[in-house]
Design a protein around this ligand. Structure first.
Ligand code: SAM
Length: 481
C-alpha cells in the first residue's frame, strides 16, 4: 500500500456506517450549540444531495432554494459556484477523494460524500483559503452527523489539500501521450466516452478538444431571444442592459442575474433561449423549398416550446401556422404557455404516429438526444448520461426523422437538429435517412448566414468554444418532387 493509499485518520468505523452512497440516511438532530454553519455551503450541500438522492437537476433545485432561504446576492453567487462547480467536477473530485480516503467513493456514505465533494471542489478549483474550505466542511459534517464523521471529513480533506489540482491530475490522470483523450477527460472532469464523442465530432480539428471541454466548465452567458414582431434585439439589449448577439438577429447576451425577473421576459416579449437554438428555428424558415410556401409548418418535437415560440412568431409575420407536437402532457402545457397568442396549435401526440395530415412545407425535428452539446447549462448531466443511452435515442431519432419525411410535402424541407454533437445522433442519422428515403441534403451552412467555422460538410455543427452557443447540430433535407 503506497502512502497515499493509507486510510486517513478519523475514518475508523466508516466502513460500517452505511451502504450505497445514494441511500438517504437518518440525520442527527442539529445541535443547537453548533456554530452556525455557513449558509451558502449548506445550500450547495443540499443541491448536491438532491442531485444524488432524487436525480434532481441542479439548475432547477438551486434557484428555488436560494429564494426560499433568502440568501443575499453574494451568498447566492457562492452557493451557485460551489453547487454547480462540484456537480461538474464530480469525476475528478471523486478520484482525488478516493485517494485521500484510501477507498472507493462507493464505500463512503452519500451525505458525507456530498460534503467531501464540496470541500474538495473548494480546495482544488477555487481561491477559498484551504483552512476555510476544510473548516466549513467539517462544520457541515459535525452539524449533521457529529464528531466521528467530522473527523473523517477533516482527515480526507487535509490529504486532498496536500496537492494542487494540477498535481493531482499529474498523479492520477491517464498518460497524456498514451491516452490523450483520457488525459483531457480527467483534467476537465468529463467521462471519457463523452470526451471521445467530442473528439470524433471535431475530427481533424480534434486539437480543439481541450477548448471544448474547458467551455463546458465556463459559466454560460445567458442568451435571450427577442420575439420577432414584439421587440428588436437592439431594444431588448437597451431594456436589459445586455449586448446584441453575434449570429442570431434575435439574440441578446446577458452577463448574469435572474432573467425570469426581467420585465421583457415576464411580459412575453422575450424569452431565454440559447443562440444556437434560435439559429435552428430560423434556419427552418430560411430553407429553400420548391414552389410557394403554403404556410403549413410543423414542429415535431416541440416541448418545452423554445423553438416553437420563435417559429410561431416568424409564422405570424409570414402568414404561416405551426403545428407543435409533444407527447408529454406537462411539456405540451409549457408549449401552450410559450406560444400563447401565436399561430401555433399544440397536439399531445407521439411524433411517430401523430395522426396529422401530410403536406407540410417545413418540418422541424428537434429530436430527443443525449444533450451532450448543452453540458455547460446542466451541471450534473455529464455524469448522469451513459454510453448505453445512445442506441435507444438513435432509434427514436431515426423513426422521428422518417415520420417527418412522410409528413413533409414533395419539395418541402425537413430540418433535423440535436443539442448533441455525438456522430451517431447527428450525421449518421441523416446519412441513414438520405440512403433510405432518397431525400436531398441541402447546404445547411447557407441557412446560418454569417456564422464562421462550420467545416466542410453540408450539415452545421455549432460549438461553445467556437460560437459561444450550445453544440447544436442541424441538417436540412429536401423531399424529392
Ligand atoms: C430536444 S427536446 C425539444 C426542444 C424544443 N424543440 C424546444 O426548443 O424547446 C425533445 C422533445 O421531444 C419530445 N419527445 C420525446 N419523444 C417524442 C416522440 N416520440 N415524439 C415527439 N416528441 C418526442 C421530448 O418530450 C422533448 O420535449
Amino acid at each position: 500500500m503506497t502512502e497515499s493509499r493509507r486510510p486517513a485518520r478519523g475514518q475508523r468505523g466508516q466502513g460500517k456506517q452505511g451502504g450505497p452512497n445514494n441511500r438517504p440516511r437518518q440525520a442527527r438532530r442539529p445541535d443547537p450549540a453548533a456554530a452556525a454553519v455557513d449558509q451558502p455551503r449548506v445550500a450547495a450541500r443540499d443541491v448536491l444531495r438532491a442531485v444524488r438522492e432524487r436525480d434532481a437537476y441542479a439548475n432547477l433545485v438551486l434557484p428555488g432554494l436560494l429564494r426560499e432561504r433568502k440568501l443575499d446576492a453574494r451568498d447566492a453567487a457562492l452557493a451557485t459556484e460551489l453547487a454547480y462547480g462540484a456537480c461538474r467536477a464530480r469525476g475528478l473530485l471523486d478520484a482525488v477523494i478516493a485517494e485521500g480516503a484510501g477507498r472507493s467513493v462507493d464505500e463512503i456514505d452519500g451525505p458525507i460524500l456530498d460534503v467531501l465533494r464540496l470541500g474538495a471542489y473548494q480546495l482544488l478549483r477555487t481561491r477559498i483559503a484551504p483552512h476555510a474550505a476544510v473548516a466549513t466542511s467539517v462544520d457541515l459534517a459535525r452539524d449533521e452527523f457529529g464528531g466521528g464523521r467530522a473527523g473523517f471529513v477533516n482527515a480526507v480533506l487535509r490529504r486532498v489539500a496536500e496537492r494542487s489540482e494540477d498535481e493531482w491530475v499529474a498523479r492520477l490522470a491517464p498518460s497524456a501521450t498514451a491516452d490523450p483523450v483520457g488525459h483531457l477527460a480527467f483534467r476537465y472532469a468529463h467521462p471519457t466516452w463523452i470526451a471521445q464523442a467530442f473528439a470524433d465530432a471535431l475530427g481533424p480539428d480534434a486539437a480543439e478538444l481541450e477548448a471544448v471541454l474547458a467551455a463546458d466548465d465556463a459559466r454560460p452567458v445567458v442568451h435571450l431571444v427577442a420575439r420577432p414582431g414584439e421587440i428588436s434585439a437592439e431594444e431588448l439589449a437597451m431594456a436589459t442592459g445586455g449586448e446584441v448577439g453575434t449570429y442570431s438577429p434575435y439574440a441578446v447576451y446577458l452577463d448574469g442575474g435572474d432573467p425570469g425577473q426581467l420585465e421583457a421576459v415576464r411580459e412575453g416579449l422575450a424569452g431565454v433561449q440559447d443562440e444556437g437554438s434560435q439559429l435552428v428555428a430560423r434556419a427552418l424558415t430560411l430553407a429553400p423549398i420548391s414552389g410557394t410556401d403554403g404556410g403549413r409548418w410543423l414542429d415535431l418535437c416541440a416541448g418545452p416550446g423554445g423553438k416553437a415560440a420563435l417559429l410561431g412568431a416568424l409564422a405570424d409575420i409570414e402568414g404561416a401556422r405551426v403545428d407543435a407536437v409533444e407527447p408529454a402532457e406537462h411539456r405540451a402545457d409549457l408549449v401552450r404557455k410559450t406560444t400563447r397568442g401565436l399561430p401555433v396549435d399544440v397536439h399531445v401526440a407521439d411524433g411517430r404516429e401523430s395522426g396529422l395530415a401530410p403536406g407540410y412545407d417545413r418540418v422541424l425535428v428537434d429530436a430527443p438526444c443525449t444533450g451532450l452539446g448543452a453540458l455547460r447549462r446542466r451541471p450534473e448531466a455529464r455524469w448522469r448520461r451513459q454510453p448505453s443511452d445512445v442506441a435507444g435515442l438513435v432509434s427514436l431519432q431515426r423513426e422521428l426523422l422518417a415520420s417527418a419525411i412522410e409528413l413533409v410535402r414533395p419539395g418541402g424541407v425537413v430540418l433535423y437538429s440535436t443539442c448533441s454533437p455525438h456522430l451517431s445522433e447527428t450525421v449518421a442519422v441523416v446519412a441513414d435517412a438520405v440512403r433510405r428515403y432518397g431525400v436531398t441534403p441541402l447546404d445547411t451552412r447557407e441557412l446560418v448566414p454569417g456564422v464562421p467555422s462550420l467545416g466542410d460538410g453540408l450539415g452545421v455543427q455549432l460549438w461553445p468554444h467556437r460560437h459561444g452557443t450550445d453544440a447544436m447540430f442541424m441538417a436540412a433535407l429536401r423531399k424529392p418532387e
